[in-house]
Design a binder for this molecule. Structure first.
Ligand code: NAD
Length: 377
């Protein structure tokens, strides 16, 4: 099989979906690796490194797409790119199906088998393929570094001859994968960290990282069978906002990550609540692309209100491209290995991971939720 790695064309995307470290195992199974020239440059991987690992460098994207039996990609293809993928080929990468109906329609027309990395089931045996988690880890880490760099204050407590520097206080809203990594990173930098998440299991995880859990009565049914948060009642969100509001005057940084899969992010901080924060504080909203947890959030922009800056963070993993690519490429590779355990194997459509991640196959949408979307689109 010929595996193609194109250069990412989306604005600001610096990652690449395959790294030379993975090549040996792929080549051992008699597959070929085709890499578009320059695909790895922004993640610090040269054509020469791919060549040395046994990949063939291809000059033009069209040529690469026309030759590949399977494409590994980071960002969903554009409709034009989907039109270049060879008919009947397979695709492994993010597909953001809720925002990309025309791409899915192109996959159906061209009988492309599309595996969406965001649809990998969150089960133990699929952890190595869980790109949402690996990239959220990077985003949570980077959000803290951005805040640390931008607030006019140091994170750790320092006792010096010129007086004592108090530690920064960081409030994390939503302690899933990104939030937990943000807690760990802020703790390492010496901040005082508080966090909140409505899923009861998270309380102990937060405490085990040395952060304070913002206490309030938690809903009994906050979690789906898959471990995700459910959409919560307006009454609960109201109480949560009161609890958050009580903390805001005391914090230097808020990092919000609260999301409900497939839904708009919950609004947790209104414009009036931002008014409770100290001037010079920063609010880093990692849910910006899902509508944001703060009323003032604008994806990709920094809005300043009463001296408080609200950053609508977009694609933070692309700001740490070397490690984000290495982790993401490993996730894609693990899915590939699962689909094709032997050179002549075929994916098992009844397998739970295949069922979860495969959105299109044989000219049809095979995922129930996405089928409705495409037929209405
Ligand atoms: P996510 O990005 O969908 O959401 C981020 C966090 O926001 C979650 O922790 C969620 O509980 C929280 N949230 C939702 N509504 C909120 C609200 N009103 N206020 C505050 N926080 C709110 O989630 P994620 O980080 O991708 O994953 C969430 C969980 O899924 C994990 O912590 C874990 O339990 C589970 N998971 C399991 C596996 C696995 O077993 N393979 C892998 C990854 C994640």
């Amino acid at each position: 099989m010929k595996i193609g790695i194109p250069t990412e064309t989306a604005t600001g995307e610096t990652r690449v979906a395959f790294t030379p470290a993975l090549a040996a195992s792929v080549l051992r199974d008699q597959h070929e690796i085709l890499v578009e020239s320059g695909a790895g440059l922004r993640s610090g991987v040269s054509d020469a490194q791919y060549s040395a690992a046994g990949a063939r460098i291809i000059g033009l994207a069209q040529e690469l797409y026309a030759a590949a039996d399977l494409v590994f990609k980071v960002q969903p293809p554009t409709v034009a790119e989907a039109g270049l993928i060879r008919e009947g080929a397979a695709y492994i990468g993010f597909l953001a199906p809720f925002n990309n109906v025309p791409v899915l329609q192109a996959f159906v027309r061209r009988r492309i088998t599309g595996y969406a990395m965001e649809f990998i089931p969150r089960i133990t045996r699929a952890q190595g393929m869980d790109a949402l988690s690996s990239q959220a880890t990077v985003a949570g880490y980077k959000a803290v570094l951005i805040a640390a760099e931008r607030i006019g204050k140091m994170f750790p407590m320092l006792m010096t001859a010129a007086g004592t520097v108090t530690p920064a206080t960081v409030l994390i809203l939503g302690a899933g994968v990104a939030g937990l990594q943000a807690i760990a990173t802020a703790k390492r930098l010496g901040a005082r960290v508080e966090a909140f998440d409505p899923r009861p299991a998270v309380r102990d995880q937060v405490k085990s990282l040395g952060a304070l859990f913002v206490e309030m009565e938690l809903p009994k049914d906050a979690e789906t069978a898959g471990g995700y948060a459910k959409e919560l009642s307006p009454e609960f969100i109201q109480k949560e906002m009161e609890a958050i509001g009580a903390r805001l005057p005391k914090v230097d940084v808020v990092i919000s990550t609260a999301q409900v899969f497939g839904k708009k992010a919950p609004l947790l901080v209104t414009k009036d609540m931002v008014g409770l924060m100290r001037p010079g504080a920063w609010f880093i909203d990692l849910a910006a692309e899902q509508g944001g947890n703060c009323e003032l959030t604008r994806a990709g922009e920094t809005v300043v209100h009463n001296g408080v800056a609200i950053l609508g963070a977009v694609n933070l993993p692309a700001t740490v491209p070397a490690d984000a690519s290495a982790l993401y490429a490993r996730n894609c590779f693990n899915l590939f290995r699962h689909l094709y355990p032997k050179p002549d194997a075929q994916p098992d459509p009844a397998d739970e991971i295949v069922k979860g991640a495969c959105l299109t196959r044989g000219g049809e949408v095979v995922n129930e939720t996405v089928r409705k979307l495409v037929s209405n689109g």
